[in-house]
Ligand binder design. Structure first.
Ligand code: IMP
Length: 193
């Protein structure tokens, strides 16, 4: 089954291609030469995922899914949350974003955080939502060169390494996106068999 993925983030596309089980083929926006801006104007992570999936489904008429992710830090009242991509400004720079988090957490004892991903799948004229979450802590300096976004400052529970110090297999096994995708693929296997 072909599934269109509403993202042009190459890191995510590679992560998801590695996770999808046999029988499902991920198609990226680039592969179908879709270059329009996809609106993302909701103030919730779930709202954005649904908005992106339905926007694309309306235009393309094939099963498609979109994901939206946020890093949630309870001691910063849930920031950066839905604003994770542009936390330090519209330049959407991961280093600036991480520096801002580190600065705001400088005097905080509670450095707990979690990533949450919501995937919205549009199939057979309906939207289905799947959530994945991984808890961890924010360390005080960046470590590692793999992954993207906030990976260098996030250590998931049960690990000593940041996400950026893991290879993609190791990260995918426990990541927010990996967990949300596992739920989506379980659902797809049910409805396609
Ligand atoms: P998006 O909604 O998936 O585009 O994610 C919003 C922002 O969250 C991204 O721009 C990244 O800064 C951050 N983010 C998303 N997924 C990850 C991840 O797996 N690791 C680290 N940061 C991430």
């Amino acid at each position: 089954m072909k599934l269109l993925f509403a993202s042009s983030n190459e890191h995510k596309i590679a992560e998801i291609k590695a996770i999808l089980p046999p029988g499902f083929q991920l198609i990226s926006l680039k592969e179908i030469q879709f270059h329009d801006e996809i609106p993302e104007t909701s103030d919730t992570i779930e709202g954005n995922a649904i908005q992106k999936a339905t926007f694309l489904a309306d235009k393309m008429h094939i099963p498609c899914f979109a994901d939206d992710t946020g890093l949630v830090i309870p001691s910063l009242s849930g920031e950066p949350g839905v604003y994770s991509a542009r936390y330090a400004g519209t330049q959407r720079n991961p280093d600036d974003n991480m520096n801002l988090v580190l600065e705001k957490l400088k005097d905080q004892v509670n450095r707990n955080a979690y990533f949450t991903t919501v995937i919205a799948l549009y199939i057979n004229h309906k939207v289905h939502v799947f959530e994945g979450r991984i808890d961890g802590i924010i360390i005080s300096e960046k470590r590692g060169n793999n992954g993207f976004g906030y990976d260098p400052i996030f250590v998931p529970e049960g690990s000593e390494k940041t996400f950026a110090e893991m290879d993609s297999d190791e990260k995918n096994k426990m990541s927010h996106r990996g967990r949300a995708l596992a739920k989506m693929t379980a659902y797809l296997k049910l409805v396609t068999h």
